[in-house]
Design a protein around this ligand. Structure first.
Ligand code: 2RA
Length: 339
């Protein structure tokens, strides 16, 4: 007894992680439908010890599925996610397309799982850099309130996709002279460099990535007036987003209070003993599903202000694992019905 599960974008970095996470967490898949755009259809993926041919993502290919994980481009989600949802599938979409739609729950299960109760077959999974931020902010919000959050991110190139990983590798191997000729993912070399530029530039000099952090954080935490601001930076790291977060609480608190709240929070691991060289790093957390927090300290210049250092695997908790956890939460609540 299980579910008919489609993975749209099955050949991409996130789509392949979805398949790995479904396997690792023994999600009850009775029938798998790996799908992709026509450009990638016909390739194969591994799942459950079997090689599967990837089909083309069409409305017909999605007919009759129970869960449809969308891990492709926003255009694919825009075209096919509503079609699949209307046909009865529970759609869990990792793209930005529907995240700010008031009718669509934007969910991190351990933060706002209650929002799933109002889903109408379409659920958005937040941006990777948002997910790790709200997992760490939630226990602090609940105990001490939040007045202000300032985030600087240090984002891995895998967040941009497989071509970006290739670009980094090429430049590291051959020096920046090895910068690929022809269409390039980044406007400047990413090796031995950092770029204050994730996604496109939008209003008021902020990038879309920075606006996602602001808007999604407010929606997920149900804090529409929360003062949040961000700078999103791309760094020469393969996997794992890091974030330096400065925050002000509403209530008085100590660093130990914050540490206790974080240690008790679901999905959070505190690694915080700088004297012993213990703090989270991308290399340490790659492949794991928790959100790692360290470098806790207060800001002596500002009352009730603190610093955190937050690191998570952007392909797993930042995308694939969060999506599968959403499906698990729905199964635990009894929907959809198994076959
Ligand atoms: C990035 N968060 O890192 C965006 C999309 N994955 O590029």
């Amino acid at each position: 007894m299980g579910f008919r599960v489609a993975v749209v974008g099955a050949t991409g970095l996130v789509g392949q992680q979805v398949l790995r996470v479904l396997e690792e967490r023994r999600f009850p898949v009775e029938e798998l439908r790996p799908l992709a755009t026509s450009r990638s259809a016909g390739r194969t993926v591994e799942f459950g010890g079997t090689t599967w041919e990837v089909g083309e993502a069409t409305a017909g290919a999605l007919a009759g599925v129970d869960f449809a994980f969308f891990a492709a481009s926003g255009d694919v989600s825009k075209e096919l996610a509503p079609v699949a949802a209307r046909a009865g599938a529970v759609v869990i979409d990792k793209s930005n397309t529907f995240r700010m739609d008031p009718e669509v729950p934007l969910v991190v299960p351990e933060v706002n799982g209650h929002a799933l109760a109002r889903h109408r077959n379409l659920i958005a999974s937040p941006n990777c850099s948002t997910i790790q931020l709200v997992v760490a902010l939630k226990p602090i919000l609940d105990r001490f309130g939040l007045e202000q959050v300032v985030v600087s991110t240090y984002q891995a190139v895998s967040g941009t996709g497989a071509a970006a990983l290739d670009e980094l590798e090429a430049e590291v191997r051959a020096g920046v002279e090895g910068r690929v000729h022809g269409p390039q993912v980044y406007p400047q070399p990413i090796a031995f460099n950092v770029l204050p530029h994730c996604d496109r530039f939008e209003a008021e000099g902020y990038t879309l990535e920075e606006w996602k952090l602001v808007r999604e954080t407010r929606k997920i935490l149900e804090q529409p007036g929360l003062a949040v601001t961000a700078t999103a930076v791309r760094v020469p790291v393969r996997v794992g987003h890091s974030e330096a977060v400065w925050l002000r609480t509403r209530e008085e608190a100590t660093v130990d209070d914050l540490r206790s709240a974080l240690q008790a929070a679901p999905g959070v691991v505190v690694v915080d003993d700088p004297g012993a060289g213990a703090y989270p790093t991308p290399l340490q957390v790659a492949g794991r599903d928790e959100v790692y927090v360290g470098r806790l300290r207060h800001d002596p210049a500002v009352p009730r202000a603190f610093w955190l250092w937050i690191v998570a695997d952007n392909l797993r908790k930042g995308a694939a694992t969060n999506a599968v956890q959403i499906a698990e939460a729905l199964v635990a609540a009894g929907a959809p019905s198994r076959h």
